[in-house]
Design a protein around this ligand. Structure first.
Ligand SMILES: [Zn+2]
Length: 465
């Protein structure tokens, strides 16, 4: 099967130019001007006049079917990856969880079983390490060899996922030898728990307490600390879901002194704020960790994306229904399941807030939603590129078409939208994964179970820094 995408403007992280793209089977076979006029034939031609042709979005931070807080994140690999595809994302990396006291491999196998045959777009895994010990440290090497090269540790959630500094440091030392990368959820969890308990004791039990307890300075402190640990170990580190000026300052300072510090932010931190956590229990819809911040942090995050101190936008997609799930935390904000639905809206929202509103070039938009994640997570140029031999994961993106985000029309398996009523300009007309069209003009046209595991390689962090 050969598909010719003609007359579009190819937009990559490096530049934009008018060109046709020939897809042969699962990969890109040719990129050039007027391919049809030069005798190139195809089984199907997609006219992209007036549209961008961009690499499919890569969301390196999702949680499908994750057990958390006595319940399970609503989206399955099927519903979640379908929603992602509707929103122009063609690859996700989900977090496999280690059950406490059990081998990493067992957790990874569980996640493979959840995804294989169900995911409709390509997927990789990070490993969440709940226990750092001699056994799990040794297991890391085998996971890296099997294409699971990234390990998430937490300075938050004491008693659940929390790792003390010496455990983090030992995992970092191991990654120095096996080429893996440590990802950090950086907030000072033990201190946050003290503040949260005091708030509840004083009668603040509504969701706003979640935002008030988790001070930005405690994200800044933990971010600086884990970067310093990485520097001491001589390894790169990647900060997941960075939310605040305080944490960004730590990353920026580290990069300025030559540390290999990388960080992502998420759409919710760029578009929403602490104000959304108010409004009584309605605020539970917006409970995630780290929390939404006062509005004045947003401009700093956008500037971080512009300047390159933030390299990527993921979503931390982890949806819970308002009715029946978020409600577990009525009367105590500490019991609200942490997480938001966002996987479907990331590509269009960053186009809106970045390109349409003049904060990022369209090339930088492509970089933060696709190319940089592909590079940092060892998938480039198979993913994140429009080049001969790359996977034909492509969007025909109409930069002018407008749509309104709503739970009534989204495809995520959750009963509300955090971006309800937001109007965005720019959305995908065609979403292609490895040469197969999955979504056309908003309708699902793809096969079931199309997604395939992406075996990732260790990245060259010295070059990326
Ligand atoms: Zn997460």
């Amino acid at each position: 099967m050969r598909t010719l995408i003609s007359n579009g403007l190819v937009v990559t992280a490096d530049g934009s130019y008018p060109a046709d793209v020939l897809v042969d089977g699962e990969t890109i076979a040719l990129v050039g001007a007027d391919l049809a006029g030069r005798g190139v034939t195809a089984d199907e031609t997609i006219d992209a006049t007036g549209k961008y042709v961009v690499p499919g979005g890569i969301d390196v931070h999702t949680h499908f079917e994750l057990p958390f807080g006595g319940t399970v994140a609503k989206d399955t690999f099927e519903s979640g990856t379908k929603a992602a595809a509707h929103g122009g994302t063609t690859t996700i990396i989900d977090f496999a969880a280690q059950a406490r006291g059990r081998p990493l491999r067992e957790g990874l196998d569980t996640w493979h079983a959840k995804a294989e045959g169900h995911a409709v777009i390509d997927f990789g895994f990070h490993m969440m390490m709940g226990d750092v010990n001699d056994g799990t440290l040794a297991e890391m090497d085998g996971l890296v060899a099997d294409g699971v090269t990234t390990f998430k540790l937490f300075t938050a959630y004491p008693g659940v996922l929390y790792s003390p500094d010496d455990h983090i440091f030992r995992a970092m030392l191991r990654s120095r030898d096996n080429g893996g990368l440590i990802l950090m959820h950086a907030e000072n969890g033990p201190v946050i728990d003290v503040i949260a308990a005091a708030l509840v004791a004083a009668g603040t039990t509504d969701p706003i307490g979640h935002g008030l307890a988790r001070y930005p300075i405690l994200e800044g402190e933990a971010t600086n600390r884990v970067i310093r640990l990485a520097e001491a170990a001589g390894v790169p580190v990647y900060i997941v879901h960075l939310t605040s000026r305080d944490a960004l300052e730590a990353v920026t300072a580290a990069r300025d002194r030559g540390a290999m510090a990388f960080a992502e932010t998420c759409p919710q931190y760029l578009f929403l704020s602490l104000d959304d956590l108010g409004n009584g229990f309605e605020g539970a819809k917006y409970v995630c960790s780290p929390p939404l911040r006062p509005k004045d942090h947003q401009a700093d995050l956008w500037r971080g994306l512009l300047k390159g101190d933030l390299q990527a936008v993921g979503t931390d997609h982890c949806p819970f229904d308002f009715h029946g799930q978020k409600e577990l935390g009525r009367g105590d904000f500490r019991k609200i399941p942490n997480g938001l639905p966002a996987v479907e809206d990331r590509v269009d929202l960053i186009h809106q807030g970045g390109v349409v509103e003049g904060r990022l070039s369209r090339e930088r938009w492509v970089e933060v939603i696709s190319t940089a994640p592909a590079k940092i997570f060892g998938m480039y140029p198979k993913k994140g590129a429009i080049a001969v031999g790359s996977d034909a994961d492509l969007l025909v993106f109409d930069p002018n078409r407008k749509r309104t985000i709503s739970a009534a029309t989204h495809h995520m398996a959750v009963d509300y939208s955090i971006f309800e009523g937001f109007e965005v300009q720019g959305t995908s007309d065609v979403v292609m994964s490895r040469g197969t069209v999955l979504v056309r003009d908003g309708a699902w046209v793809g096969p079931a179970g199309h997604g395939r595991f992406v075996r990732r390689a260790p990245a060259d962090f010295v070059r990326l820094a």
